[in-house]
Ligand binder design. Structure first.
Ligand SMILES: Cc1cc2nc3c(=O)[nH]c(=O)nc-3n(C[C@H](O)[C@H](O)[C@H](O)COP(=O)(O)O)c2cc1C
Length: 377
């Protein structure tokens, strides 16, 4: 049995935001917004229940500009008319005792054309690698458009502050626009925004700077986190070598945290790092004293403790908190044997999961955990 005590230690971020423990709700898209892209009651209930245990609750990703919408049923943070929707989300999270962090992005070439008026954009005209997307034309953003999107990230941050959030997480992971600028596969530019490894970092760094500028207006502590994916499978795609350059640049920004997006917290690098040691460990070392959130296939208390032992300051739980909304409370109470690890087709309401998200989980993302029989509670 691992030592779980550090999981439950409070923590104060550089910005002054304090959290009660080292556990985070991973950002998870519920595809459950109202038809006008405001947060729905189902999503509020989903997140409120999980916010009763974790220290940090990171929301589903919100788009910062209409051209950056990535999914049907995605929540928006792209204009001031969203303030009431965002206020409700922050309030329900904070009522549970967690700190509320709004994740913000632009989908870039992963935006479904029908959601962005057919104008799918990215760093360059490289199609999305998502299955079935090879034929969708992509337009390279102009310099002026890039600068406007950077300002959109700042404006979304201002709204998060006004709405009562405790911070924002800049979504630079999972192949969306920010990562598209960092990757030589998707960024073929030769202007200020690409052409060399340094210039491929110009966009994320400008976004961070703009978000910091917006944060300067906050009157209470407000954190800034940044999420990234360490590797891409395609040739010319990101390797750990690129990631170490990104981490060196992020380290200079003195962010509140950096959040790695991993399928498996214990996995090792494919390219550009030491294949004998976990990515998590190597990323933690490269970040020095910048706090790291680790994630990926963490189901048990022992998994969480092992992720911390590899260097994660915080542990984010995604699917484990979908299946076991009271994961944190049970582990803290020593009831680790009671953690639910499978579910049945009848469990949606008991687990407070929005119906559209449920479809996604039973269809693919949690299919291997679905059992036909009622599960033990
Ligand atoms: C239903 C679902 C939606 C997700 N949506 C997002 C998202 O909006 N933003 C993001 O950065 N990651 C998203 N992810 C990835 C998770 O944050 C997490 O990194 C991943 O699920 C691995 O953690 P886990 O094994 O604990 O589930 C999503 C994952 C799931 C299962």
């Amino acid at each position: 049995m691992s030592d779980l005590s550090t999981l439950f230690q409070p923590y104060t971020f550089r910005s002054g935001v304090q959290v009660r423990n080292r556990l985070a709700l991973a950002p998870m898209t519920t595809i459950s917004a109202d038809p006008d892209d405001n947060v729905s009651d189902a999503e509020l209930d989903y997140v409120a229940r999980r916010a009763l245990g974790v220290g940090l609750a990171i929301t589903a990703v919100a788009y910062v500009t209409p051209g950056g919408k990535g999914f049907p049923g995605q929540i928006g943070a792209e204009h001031d008319g969203r303030l009431d929707s965002l206020r409700a989300l922050a309030a329900r999270i904070k009522a549970g005792g967690a700190r509320a962090v709004l994740q913000i992005f632009h989908a870039g070439h992963n935006a479904p054309p029908e959601l962005v008026g057919g104008d799918v954009t990215s760093a360059s005209d490289v199609p999305s690698p998502q299955p079935g997307r090879g034929h969708v034309p992509v337009r390279a953003l102009s310099d002026e458009e890039i600068r406007a999107i950077i300002r959109d990230f700042g404006d979304a941050t201002r709204r998060a502050i006004e709405a009562g959030f405790d911070g924002v997480e800049i979504h630079g992971a999972n192949g969306y626009l920010i990562q598209q600028f960092v990757s030589a596969h998707s960024n073929r530019r030769s202007d200020a925004w690409g052409g060399t490894p340094d210039k491929r970092l110009a966009f994320p760094m400008a976004v961070i700077e703009e978000v910091e500028r917006a944060r300067a207006q906050a009157t209470t502590p407000f954190l800034i986190g940044y999420r990234f994916s360490p590797e891409e499978p395609h040739e010319q795609g990101l390797t750990m070598h690129d990631t170490f350059a990104l981490l060196a640049a992020l380290r200079e920004r003195h962010l509140d945290y950096v959040h790695v997006s991993l399928q498996d917290y214990a996995g090792s690098p494919r390219r550009g790092g030491d294949p004998e040691r976990s990515r998590l460990q190597q990323i933690a070392e490269a970040l020095g004293d910048t706090p790291l959130i680790g994630v990926g296939n963490i189901w048990t208390a022992d998994d969480a403790a092992r992720a911390q032992a590899l260097g994660a300051t915080f542990v984010a739980l995604g699917r484990a908190l979908l299946l076991e909304p009271e994961w944190v409370q049970k582990v803290q109470a020593g009831q680790t044997a009671d953690l639910r690890a499978t579910f049945t087709p009848a469990d949606r309401e008991a687990l407070t999961l929005p119906a559209p998200m449920w479809g996604m989980l039973t269809g693919a993302m949690l299919k291997d955990r679905l059992t036909p029989e009622p599960t033990r509670r």
